[in-house]
Design a binder for this molecule. Structure first.
Ligand code: ATP
Ligand code: MN
Length: 469
């Protein structure tokens, strides 16, 4: 085969380089379909750079090599040299008249699982090693990339620094959920102390360690030096919750800002979410249109609605009153003091306000130890951002910066001071008002893609009894 520079299907279909038209080009990719007759074959080729396929036209008689043409079936990988021409058919502006084809890999029609279109999402979850080759997952993973990029761009443009917090943590004071242990001890022969307890001094780090549930505590250390930081990394929770909104391994974005109060924190959260959704609307239009067509007719409208409306802000206490007066039959009854369930959150967002809601000032007994205590002695400066179809998408707070109040709170909650001495020292040395929040990356992906199950917005979902790929 003649050596030609490979062109991305994206660039060819988007007309990135007009001078290529009527010239000889090379494309490589996976066959989505092949149809035709004994005179001409049409191959729809996709290289993952764009949702659309490029059409490869083969004049069967002059091309020869019937043997190879027969082997080019759905799923096969090929490299094509040919002339890029304006298309006569509708639906695409250019196509390729093939001169030479190299067959990189066949895909046996009898056994290739994606031979036919229209598989269920459940089935595709069982073949997570191949599902990136479907239109749906191509679109989702391109959007995921765009969103990750936009997150870094947003904070970089605002002067926030990306802080890498540890994935293995020696602190289990976070309280955000059950943790996965990290150990190199021999599980068949665990060393014990004279009292018969597991001797973690013999473990790799000389103490108990786990996978992190949040980068926040370390993020605060960064903010109290660099002013504005954010983390963006994997977090782990060993909760055995088999819901459509929980993963055992998920990604979180956690900005932490010195000198921000709870109002600044809400402003940032709202602006950030609107920026990200706007970025995807602007940069992933083809993929969004595909997902809208296939899964969710109101998708783009819903995204536009969020970017163009002010979020409703109210206190937890005011929200409880609304829920109590709603006359709605909830599975979990509401009264002041209970943790809100997603049915309550969704009632507020979807039925009552009909737009995203930020709730603040939650009862302190249902929130973490580090949240700033209000003067009423009952509530803390927490904030949760609630979204349509999702419920909680962000959880955050202004942090308690007063040393004495923080110490008395951890005592009340039974957290050993020796586990958080380093955290407490930030309140001893140059403490400052500060705030932050955590945005669940996959929860945002759920909202933006319109998918119904969180396992479909991450390439290799980790959930109870699910770590095959
Ligand atoms: P929820 O009540 O929905 O289980 P949470 O209150 O335990 O969430 P936080 O500790 O506040 O969650 O974490 C911050 C954000 O991380 C949440 O707002 C959510 O977007 C996301 N998140 C939390 N747990 C999970 C999970 N298991 N899988 C995916 N995302 C999660
Ligand atoms: Mn939360």
């Amino acid at each position: 085969m003649k050596e030609l520079r490979r062109q991305r299907v994206f660039d060819l279909l988007k007309g990135k380089d007009e001078s290529l038209v009527n010239g000889e080009v090379n494309v490589k990719g996976w066959v989505r379909t092949k149809r035709g007759n004994k005179n001409v074959a049409f191959i729809a080729l996709n290289d993952g750079s764009i949702i659309h396929n490029i059409q490869v036209v083969v004049e069967v008689q002059s091309f020869g090599n019937d043997e190879m043409l027969k082997k080019i079936t759905t799923g096969a990988c090929i490299s094509v040299n040919g002339k890029l021409v304006e298309s006569k058919g509708s639906g695409q502006n250019v196509e390729i008249l093939a001169h030479e084809i190299e067959l990189y890999g066949t895909a046996d029609a009898e056994t290739y699982p994606l031979q036919k279109k229209g598989h269920s999402l459940e089935f595709l979850r069982e073949i997570a090693h191949l599902r990136p080759r479907t239109n749906t997952f191509g679109a989702i993973f391109r959007i995921r990339h765009a969103l990750a990029f936009a997150i870094h761009k947003y904070y970089n443009d605002k002067g926030f620094y990306y802080l890498h917090t540890p994935i293995i943590t020696g602190s289990d004071a976070e309280g955000a959920g059950a943790m996965f242990r990290v150990t190199t001890l021999d599980l068949h022969n665990v060393p014990t102390t004279p009292e018969g307890k597991i001797d973690f001094q013999q473990d790799f780090f000389g103490k108990e360690t786990n996978l992190t549930v949040s980068g926040q505590l370390e993020g605060e250390l960064g903010a109290l030096a660099l002013s504005n930081i954010y983390t963006f990394g994997p977090t782990f929770r060993a909760e055995n919750s088999n819901t459509t909104r929980h993963l055992a391994e998920f990604w979180m974005i956690e900005p932490e800002m010195a000198f921000y109060d709870i109002n600044d924190n809400q402003d940032l959260a709202e602006d950030f979410l609107k920026y990200l959704i706007g970025y995807v609307l602007e940069n992933c239009a083809d993929d969004l249109e595909f997902l809208q067509k296939m899964y969710d007719k109101e998708l783009i409208e819903r995204l536009q609605f969020v970017t163009s409306n002010t979020f409703e802000r109210l206190s937890y206490t005011a929200a409880i009153e609304i829920l109590e007066k709603s006359g709605e039959k909830f599975e979990f009854p509401v009264k002041w003091g209970v943790d809100l369930q997603s049915e309550h959150e969704r009632y507020l967002v979807e039925k009552h306000f009909k737009k995203p809601v930020i709730l603040t000032d939650y009862p302190r007994d249902i929130k973490a130890f580090y949240m700033k205590q209000n003067d009423d002695g009952k509530t803390v400066r927490a904030m949760d951002v609630l979204f349509p179809k999702i419920g909680e998408i962000i959880g955050g707070s202004q942090r308690e910066e007063n040393y004495d109040k923080l110490v008395s709170r951890i005592k009340e909650m039974g957290i050993p001071e020796k586990d958080v001495w380093w955290y407490l020292e930030t309140r001893k040395f140059g403490t400052a008002p500060h705030s932050g929040f955590g945005l669940g990356f996959e929860r945002l992906m759920l909202f933006i893609t319109g998918m119904g199950n969180i396992r479909d917005v991450i390439p290799f979902p980790r959930a109870p009894l699910n770590a095959e790929f």
